[in-house]
Design a protein around this ligand. Structure first.
Ligand code: HPA
Ligand code: ZN
Length: 322
C-alpha cells in the first residue's frame, strides 16, 4: 500500500494544465471542436517537449475545447477530485484569461465558471481555494492592462495576479503598471521568473512588480547575492520538479537543484505546474523527488509544511493547517 499522502498546499498550478486528454476529447465533442489528434493516445504521444515554447504551443491549442462556464467548472471539478486524492488541503490556482478572451470567450465566462466550481471545494473536497489571474508575458503591457480592467467586476473572485508564458525576452518590467494597479486593488502578486529566464528577472520581479513569491526561480542559484536575499527575506519559491525535467530546464530529476536550494536556506515548495502534461500531480512530484533525490521523511514533511507557510492564508487558517 502506498503511504498516505502528506497534507499540503498547491501554490503553482495552471488550471488549463490540468486538462486531461479524455476531458479534452469530451469537451471537443460537446462543443463541435475538431482536435488535430484522432485519439487520446495520439494526443498523449505529442506530450514530448524540447523547451517551454514547444509545450506552450500545445497547451494553448488544446484550450480551444474550453468554451462555456460549464466547461471551466468541469475542469476545476476534475482537478479538485485528483488533488484531494493527493493530499491537497489548500490550492491557489492560476488561470490565463487572455488565452480564452483571444478566442472570443468572455472573461466573465472564464472567471464565473472557475469560481462556481471553487465555491464547492471545501464542502465537496475539503480543499480551500484561491484564484490567481495570470498575464501572458509574451503579450503587451497594454493587453495586460485591458485584461485587468475587464476583470474588475470579478475581482472579488480573485486573490492575486501572476505572470506566465514565454519568459525569455519578456522581462517583468513590461508589466509594472498592471502590477501597480493590482497592488492598489489589494491583490497579492506573484510571477514566474528564473525558469528559462535569467536571475535578473527574479530581482526585477521583486523590485519592480513587488511580488511576494517567485514561481520556479531555479536560476536564482546563478546569483549568490540574490540567493542570500531570497533566503533572508523568506521569499517562497514554488518549484515544479517534473515540469523542470519535461521542459528540459533540468536534464534528469536526479540533477534537480532542489537540494542545493534547501541547503542555501531557501523557502522551497513543491508543486505540479501543468500536471496533465508533465506526468504527475503534486504528490507524484513528492514521490518522484523522494526517490530521485533520496530525500528523507523529515525533508518531505518540511516541504509540505513550507507550502502552508508560503500560502496566502490568514494566520489562523495557517495555524490550523500546520
Ligand atoms: N511556465 C510559463 N508559463 C506557463 C507554464 C510554465 O511552466 N505553464 C503554463 N504556463
Ligand atoms: Zn507555471
Amino acid at each position: 500500500m502506498p503511504a498516505k499522502p502528506l497534507p499540503k498546499a498547491e501554490l503553482h498550478l495552471h488550471i488549463e494544465g490540468t486538462l486531461e486528454p479524455e476531458l479534452a476529447f469530451a469537451l471537443a465533442e460537446r462543443n463541435g471542436v475538431t482536435l488535430p489528434y484522432a485519439t487520446t493516445e495520439e494526443l498523449r504521444r505529442a506530450y514530448s517537449f524540447k523547451d517551454l515554447q514547444s509545450f506552450l504551443d500545445l497547451y494553448y491549442a488544446l484550450m480551444a475545447v474550453l468554451r462555456t462556464e460549464d466547461d471551466f467548472a468541469e475542469l476545476v471539478d476534475a482537478y479538485l477530485a485528483r488533488a484531494a486524492a493527493q493530499g491537497v488541503r489548500h490550492a491557489e490556482i492560476f488561470f490565463d484569461p487572455q488565452a480564452h478572451t483571444a478566442r472570443g470567450v468572455p472573461i466573465g465566462t472564464v472567471i464565473e465558471g472557475l469560481a462556481r466550481a471553487l465555491d464547492g471545494s471545501e464542502t465537496r473536497y475539503g480543499i480551500s481555494t484561491r484564484l490567481i489571474m495570470c498575464f501572458l508575458r509574451d503579450e503587451s503591457g497594454q493587453s495586460a492592462l485591458e485584461t485587468f480592467e475587464a476583470a474588475r467586476p470579478h475581482l472579488h473572485r480573485i486573490c492575486g495576479v501572476g505572470l506566465d508564458s514565454a519568459e525569455v525576452g519578456n522581462p517583468p518590467s513590461k508589466f509594472r503598471e498592471v502590477f501597480q494597479r493590482a497592488a492598489d486593488a489589494g491583490l497579492h502578486r506573484v510571477a514566474h521568473a528564473g525558469e528559462e529566464g535569467p536571475a535578473e528577472y527574479i530581482t526585477e520581479a521583486l523590485d519592480v512588480l513587488g511580488v511576494e513569491r517567485i514561481d520556479h526561480g531555479l536560476r536564482c542559484l546563478e546569483d549568490p547575492a540574490l540567493v542570500e536575499r531570497l533566503a533572508r527575506d523568506r521569499v517562497p519559491l514554488t518549484v515544479c520538479p517534473l515540469s523542470n525535467v519535461r521542459l528540459r530546464c533540468v536534464d534528469r530529476l536526479a540533477d534537480h537543484p532542489l537540494p542545493a536550494m534547501l541547503a542555501a536556506g531557501l523557502l522551497v515548495t513543491v508543486n505540479s505546474d501543468d500536471p496533465s502534461y508533465f506526468g504527475g500531480y503534486v504528490d507524484d512530484n513528492f514521490t518522484a523527488i523522494r526517490e530521485a533525490l533520496r530525500l528523507d521523511d523529515e525533508t518531505l514533511r518540511m516541504l509540505a509544511a513550507n507550502s502552508f507557510r508560503a500560502a496566502f492564508l490568514d494566520d489562523r487558517a495557517r495555524h490550523d493547517y500546520l
